[in-house]
Design a protein around this ligand. Structure first.
Ligand code: BEZ
Ligand code: FE
Length: 285
């Protein structure tokens, strides 16, 4: 170490030969912040070793169907922060939120009005809306990809052999007026996976693992930027304490109770049922 230069300066200098200027910028910022954190917290050798052990276990918990690092990023709010920095929708456009780890299989193509609850037993529900351009006007032919947990709070991919593949999922095409609608059951709040290192982190910090009840959407249409979002069930538990910090007030939708046998017959659901109406508004690309 030369003169009064710190190890931080030396590491930053060592990055000067990076061929990719963005890589240099990212690593320089990361090193400066990591070093500042270690100085500020007066990180002990033991704490550093424990952190390395935690990160090692996080990597070892990853499989083809489980991404513990994404879960870590989610519970630390980093996924939501990156998502928000990169998706600044204009006024009126539907806000985005995290993709989450359960969009790992392709949703089956379904006709408008199909029931994505292949098992039944949950509280019957209709979800309907339109896909619109923020410029105004409907977007016929827009594609609406939907996935949700069942009434017990599990995704099909978490219960192979218990739930049929494709349960709670559907890929819909909006009609000539940009309308979409489907039948389902009212989703429940559910815990994110807690049997790995991230679960240990939540327990150590006295945090619960629950997400408020929600339905996931990816809406896309020609000439428009796709939006990845959720609608949250108004009144659900955990709206104020989502384990992954993904709630935005404008994404909370009223799943209105309906007691109307003739409407139920028209929709093909049992009476009474719940009806959520929610438009998906896309920015021009
Ligand atoms: C989800 O909503 O599916 C989800 C998002 C982040 C972490 C775990 C689950
Ligand atoms: Fe989810």
């Amino acid at each position: 170490m030369a003169g009064d230069r710190t190890v931080t300066d030396e590491v930053v200098d060592s990055l000067r030969g990076s061929a990719d200027p963005r890589l240099r910028e990212l690593l320089t910022g990361l090193v400066r912040h990591l070093h500042a954190f270690a100085r500020e917290a007066r990180l002990t050798q033991q704490e550093w070793e424990r952190a390395i052990g935690f990160l090692t276990a996080t990597g070892q918990a990853c499989t083809d169907t489980r991404q513990e690092f994404i879960l870590l990023s989610d519970v630390l709010g980093l996924s939501m922060l990156v998502e928000t920095i990169n998706n600044r929708q204009g006024p009126g456009a539907t806000e985005s939120t995290v993709l989450g780890p359960f969009h790992m299989t392709e949703s089956p193509v379904r006709e408008l009005g199909a029931n994505i609850d292949l098992v039944g037993g949950g509280e019957p529900c209709v979800v309907s809306g339109r896909v619109l351009s923020r410029d105004g006007g409907p977007l016929p032919g827009a594609v609406v990809d939907v996935w949700q947990a069942d009434g017990n709070g599990f995704y099909d991919v978490q219960q192979p052999g218990v739930q049929p593949a494709g349960n709670g999922r559907g890929l819909f095409t909006a009609d000539d007026e940009g309308r979409f609608w489907f039948r389902t059951c009212v989703p429940s709040p559910y815990p994110i996976p807690t049997d790995g290192p991230v679960g240990g982190l939540l327990r150590a910090t006295g945090r619960h693992p629950y997400r408020p009840a929600h339905v996931h959407f990816i809406a896309s249409a020609e000439g428009h930027a796709p939006v990845t979002t959720h609608i949250f069930v108004a009144g659900s538990d955990y709206l104020d304490s989502d384990a992954v910090f993904a709630v935005k007030p404008r994404l909370v939708a009223n799943f209105a109770p309906v007691d109307d046998p003739s409407a139920a017959r028209d929709f093909g659901v049992a009476n009474p049922f719940r009806h959520a109406r929610f438009d998906l508004v896309l920015e021009r690309a």
